[in-house]
Design a protein. Structure first.
Length: 283
């Protein structure tokens, strides 16, 4: 399923859909009638339904079902992916969100030790489908995405910059915002530039093998990277993922069916999982 043209328009529709998902999530599983939800968006029910369905691929009512409590457990039962199988069925290039052949490179140990010295990093505040975000990139690739609604922009900025303390930073919305829109629309083929310890890199690489609309567990990731007893360390590495969303740490769940943690807030994780599962089913 290709990304709808309405999504690519950005701006107004971007804001409307982010607000609608936030309203649905805030209801905590309680159903919001279409008329009420449309009214909160200052739209007619018919217009809102058309826009929402074009953007997500499903109706507002269906997405609410995906956001209901307990959906994480249902995902594990219906859409669990073993990483051994993901190689054959994962990044298929169908155009669905996250079904991308993401190219990536890790910094060399020397570059990592120098903390990004000599790198020039452009950044911008952007609107994502799941709330405000910070987006960073170098000439070599995307190096940071953080959602800011829960932790605040200052804390998110400090964390991203802390990964590259010796780099030079430049606010460059003209360059970054189109790149961010393409990335969130599933049209980005720009490489990723990762800064992390070797164990973290292995975990992030495993995350990129989980197909859109599917989930796996922390223990499955630990087994896949050859460290089956390191489940806690895997969870820590997942939480240290510097490029949220494109490296899909939101697809890692507890074996019990719980959501687990999410560095940028569980409401964001629930919304992303619901949207991806709904779009996968629509395909």
């Amino acid at each position: 399923m290709s990304v709808p043209q309405r999504f690519e328009e950005g701006g107004y529709h971007y804001h409307v859909m982010a607000r609608a998902i936030a309203e649905i999530d805030a209801a905590g599983g309680a159903a919001l009638p279409l008329e009420e939800l449309a009214g909160r968006m200052h739209m007619s029910a018919a217009h809102f339904q058309r826009l929402f369905t074009a953007w997500t691929g499903v109706s507002p009512k269906r997405l609410q079902q995906y956001l209901a409590l307990g959906h994480a457990k249902a995902l594990l039962e219906a859409r669990f992916t073993t990483l051994a199988a993901a190689d054959g069925a994962g990044l298929s290039g169908t155009g669905r969100l996250h079904d991308l052949f993401l190219r990536w490179e890790a910094m060399s140990p020397g570059d990592y030790a120098r903390g990004g010295e000599g790198l020039e990093i452009d950044w911008a505040r952007v609107e994502s489908p799941f709330g405000p975000a910070l987006f960073m990139a170098t000439e070599r690739g995307i190096c940071g995405i953080a959602f800011t609604a829960e932790c605040g922009e200052a804390a998110a900025m400090a964390e991203l910059r802390g990964r590259w303390p010796a780099a030079r930073y430049r606010e460059a919305p003209e360059r970054i915002r189109p790149m961010a829109l393409a990335a969130f629309a599933g049209r980005s083929e720009m490489p990723l530039l990762l800064s992390g310890a070797p164990f973290q890199i292995k975990v992030w690489e495993a995350l990129m093998r989980i197909p859109s609309g599917h989930v796996t567990t922390y223990s499955e990731i630990a087994a896949a990277i050859g460290a089956p007893r390191a489940v806690r360390a895997v969870g820590t590495a997942v939480g240290r993922n510097p490029i949220s969303y494109l490296i899909p740490c939101h697809r890692a769940l507890k074996k019990s069916g719980g959501l687990g943690g999410y560095h940028w807030g569980l409401p964001v994780k629930r919304a992303i999982l619901a949207w991806e599962a709904a779009r996968a089913e629509a395909d």
